[in-house]
Write a protein that binds this ligand. Structure first.
Ligand code: AKG
Ligand code: FE2
Length: 226
């Protein structure tokens, strides 16, 4: 499932982020990828140990973990600290799959990458190209979102970022392990949750909405691993 999560950051926050990100040094993006990805990766990143990156990453995760759509879709256990990338002058990231396990820097924790996120920090009109192309069993999806919005997609999918032929594309990207490992079960829980929410909005709290909510929680109890 690909999910567009709007307004994770406000336009004011995005402007503030961009100003701060413009004032620090960026390095070769190949530093955080394995040998296969390095062959096709051509972009810039903020170093993993950047104090600005850590500070802005914490703001992103705090906003995201309060976003009802993200919480319902991801059922997150934990995320790696967000990284930041930039593409310009034809830079791109060819077709690849994200590694299955990532360490959490500064801790002994690792996580299984169930879900990948890209949070856009440039407006679509600020650059040409730079579409994030994601392949799934339904075909090829091209994603280019307004600044402040995020795309959540399965880490199991092949994906690429097309060359940025003018302007600059700045994004934050990171991975999340879900408490529910199966994408199929996660999608069922998400649909159940969204339908319960819309029933409650339409009819208020009813015996049925309470019973369905209990069903939802009992399924989470059955499927979640902490
Ligand atoms: O820039 C993006 O949207 C995605 C980056 C990416 O796929 C990665 O770093 O693994
Ligand atoms: Fe990737």
């Amino acid at each position: 499932m690909l999910l567009h999560i709007p307004e994770v950051l406000s336009k004011a926050q995005v402007a503030q982020f961009r100003q701060q990100l413009a004032a620090v040094n960026w390095t070769d993006g190949r530093e955080t990828v394995g040998p296969q990805g390095a062959l096709v990766k051509n972009n810039k990143q903020l170093p993993v140990d950047s104090s600005l990156g850590r500070e802005l990453g914490a703001i992103i995760l705090q906003a995201l973990y309060q976003h009802p759509l993200f919480m319902a879709a991801a059922i997150p256990l934990r995320s790696v600290p967000p990284l930041f990338n930039s593409y310009q002058g034809g830079e791109h990231y060819g077709l690849h799959v994200d590694g299955a396990i990532r360490g959490v820097p500064g801790s002994s924790l690792s996580l299984r990458t169930d879900l990948s996120s890209t949070l856009f920090l440039s407006e679509p009109d600020d650059y040409e190209g730079g579409e994030l192309q994601i392949q799934d069993t339904f075909g090829l999806h091209e994603v280019k979102l307004p600044a402040g919005d995020l795309i959540l997609y399965p880490s199991s999918s092949l994906h690429q970022v097309l060359p940025v032929t003018s302007g600059e594309r700045v994004c934050s990207f990171f991975w999340t392990q879900s408490m529910v490992r199966s994408a199929e079960q996660r999608q069922m829980l998400f649909e159940l949750d969204q339908n319960i929410q819309s029933l409650r909005q339409q009819f208020g709290e009813t015996t049925q909405s309470v019973a369905l909510t209990s069903h939802y929680h009992n399924l989470v109890r059955m499927w979640a691993e902490l």
